[in-house]
Design a binder for this molecule. Structure first.
Ligand SMILES: Nc1ncnc2c1ncn2[C@@H]1O[C@H](COP(=O)(O)OP(=O)(O)OP(=O)(O)O)[C@@H](O)[C@H]1O
Ligand SMILES: [Mg+2]
Length: 612
């Protein structure tokens, strides 16, 4: 019953200090994991080399953090638990430059106001240590006590005096999971520390100091994951970004194994997560996520950790800049690493001996590619053959894609039943097209190549707008109705005319929605509209001058529209793709400058097999 609280509506009162403390505690102390985080950060700030965390029932019954840091002077023990008492900053001006984890002098006071706390500590140069016990913010015991140099803080009965919060605690299991995730972050960020986590009578984690991030990551994730990880690194103008990330061969169903640190603090920042998505967009199927451990070092003045009381959300003064750098560091660092994946693959495709029919096809194929390679393979190449007509590359299958799934499956099955030795084009790992040329063989990256084709075609359509009428449109069997966000609407309105020339037929459909009736004929599929939404998302960030804007539009279209690694292609599709690639005037690289193909000459092969 409320009556007993004698609440008078409309009367404004000053809250007493213990109520104020408990409200403030709510901001820092959300759950056991947030207490562990604060206590561990204090231990790190104290220069600890070994930190032991002990949990009972996921920390709900009790948790303690023990360190071998410099300790707290006996005389100062009560001070440590008062609000706004800190040894880490002296003036407001220090705040923008803090390098320590704590500085507000708030964590211990907050924790002590909602639990029973015991702290035993000894300053390195004091004879004896001391202990203090605090219950609901009041000191209940304080006396000298022996201890090695360092500090142990034990927290019991969390929220015993805030029943409303206690009720909302999750299960011990869920709390333990949250703590283990935190410990993983801490262990990655602080490789030189010995970390021990005890849960009841179990040892949940015991990590010896590691010499490198790779060693620590191996201890945490296992050696088999590490086989798929590559290092990346980038440094420029006071910023540096580096870490480990999985190659596209290793992905997971969620983002649990993505870790981003700014100045060694684990952070959650939407833009940075998005940078990972974009870096891998072309190589990882939708819904799959790479493992990423990224450390960003930015000058202390550029990051505001004060935004969130638990300091996990940061405001980056140069968010856009850092977003681009992380994305580049990942995509460049990883494509470099892909080249050393030359181990043999014991897959189900064994190259057969070319039969007579196969030879004839291969010969024709040879002629065609030879003409290309004889001219040095770049500018000045004149293609004499008849380029495949615009819109025929994937048009037919895109139409079917809106029709029946079985048909597609049938097509795919048809490919694998085709005897391989008669196929002039083979698809490897559903990613590369391999074909024989007289002088050797070429490996063609299906995504990069299709990107180049789409980009050049759309660029021409925009340049010749009005004269020849742009790219042909394939009408969708069923017009698609898409709901847009305000940012997407703005992006579409900015680019509506250009998108029309590129072959999209789009009409406003009331409110924030649009009706898509046709798409460029050269697309293989548009994923029920996801292509458009992804493009508009990319462009919603754009506030560049219109010249650069057009490049962004084209790049985004090519990137999202191109067939991905992992998509099966039929032989005619491969043939068309290669035809159209060589019909462009820049067939050797994709719009981002990555190669579209790699050539292996017979001489090279002979040399490597010791035939010469
Ligand atoms: N494990 C520890 N070893 C040594 N000193 C400690 C330890 N934990 C706390 N202290 C001392 O107690 C003070 C108060 O700690 P508290 O965590 O409340 O504040 P803070 O770390 O300064 O700032 P924040 O509230 O941002 O964490 C610290 O400034 C530090 O001097
Ligand atoms: Mg602290």
């Amino acid at each position: 019953m409320r009556g007993s609280m004698a609440r008078q509506p409309g009367k404004i009162k000053v809250l007493d200090s213990s109520t104020i403390d408990r409200i403030a505690a709510g901001e820092v102390v959300e759950r056991p994991a947030s207490i562990v985080k604060e206590l561990v950060e204090n231990a790190l700030d104290a220069g600890a080399r070994q930190i032991t965390i002990s949990l009972e029932e996921g920390g709900l019954v009790s948790l303690s953090v023990e360190d071998d840091g410099h300790g707290i002077r006996f005389r100062d023990l009560p001070l440590a638990f008062e609000r706004h008492t800190t040894s880490k900053i002296a003036t407001a001006a220090d705040i923008m430059q803090v390098a320590s984890f704590g500085f507000r002098g708030e964590a211990l006071a907050s924790i002590a106001s909602v639990s029973q706390v015991r702290c035993v500590s000894r300053l390195a140069d004091e004879e004896l240590g001391g202990l203090i016990e605090i219950s609901g913010g009041e000191i209940t015991r304080r006396e000298p006590a022996p201890r090695n140099s360092g500090t142990t803080i034990t927290v019991r009965d969390l929220f015993y005096n805030v029943p409303a919060r206690r009720k909302y605690m999750k299960s011990a299991q869920a709390e333990k999971r949250a703590i283990m995730k935190l410990m993983t972050q801490l262990a990655l960020a602080h490789q030189d520390i010995r970390w021990i986590v005890k849960s009841g009578s179990d040892i949940a984690m015991d990590l010896r100091p590691a010499g490198s991030l790779t060693d620590r990551a191996r201890d945490l994730f296992g050696a088999s994951v590490m086989e798929h990880m590559a290092r990346f690194e980038m440094e420029k103008g006071g910023f540096s970004i580096g870490g480990l990330a999985s190659r596209p061969t290793w992905t997971r169903g969620n983002r649990e194994q993505q870790f981003i640190f700014i100045n060694r603090r684990p952070v959650e920042n939407r833009a940075l997560s998005q940078a990972i998505v974009q870096a891998y967009r072309e190589v990882v199927p939708t819904g799959r996520h790479p493992v990423v451990i990224a450390f960003l070092q930015v000058p202390h003045g550029e990051v505001d950790v004060n935004v969130h009381p638990a300091k996990t959300q940061v405001r980056l003064l140069l968010e856009r800049e850092i977003f681009g750098r992380l994305k580049n560091a990942l995509s460049e660092g990883l494509s470099l690493k892909q080249a050393d994946e030359l181990r043999p693959w014991r897959g189900d495709v064994a190259p057969g001996t070319a039969g007579e029919a196969g030879e004839r096809i291969a010969d024709a194929q040879d002629d065609y590619l030879r003409r290309y390679f004889q001219r040095g393979g770049s500018a000045g190449f004149e293609f004499k053959g008849v380029p495949a007509g615009q819109g025929e590359l994937f048009g037919a299958s895109a139409m079917r894609a809106t029709g029946s799934a079985e048909e597609i499956d049938g097509m795919v099955a048809g490919v694998s039943e085709t005897p391989l030795h008669s196929a002039p084009f083979w698809q490897l790992h559903r990613t590369y097209i391999v074909t024989q040329i007289r002088g050797g063989l070429v490996l063609i990256d299906q995504h990069n190549s299709h990107e180049r084709i789409l980009y050049n075609e759309a660029k021409r359509a925009l340049e010749e707008r009005g004269e020849t009428g742009g790219i042909p449109t394939q009408q969708l069997l069923f017009p698609a109705h898409l709901e847009l966000t305000p940012g997407q609407v703005q992006a579409w309105q900015t680019h509506a005319e250009q998108m029309k020339a590129m072959g999209f037929t789009i009409e406003p459909f009331g409110g924030q929605s649009i009706l898509v009736q046709g798409i460029p004929a050269s697309l293989k599929n548009w994923n029920e509209g996801r292509l458009l939404l992804d493009m508009l998302d990319d462009l919603a960030w754009d506030d560049k001058p219109s010249q650069e804007n057009q490049v962004d539009l084209l790049a985004s279209y090519a990137c999202h529209g191109a067939v991905r690694a992992g998509e099966p292609l039929t032989i005619p599709e491969m043939q068309n793709l290669v035809d159209q690639l060589f019909a462009t005037d820049t067939p050797l690289s994709c719009p981002h400058g990555r190669p579209t193909l790699i050539q292996y000459t017979l001489e090279e092969l002979e040399k490597r097999f010791g035939r010469t």
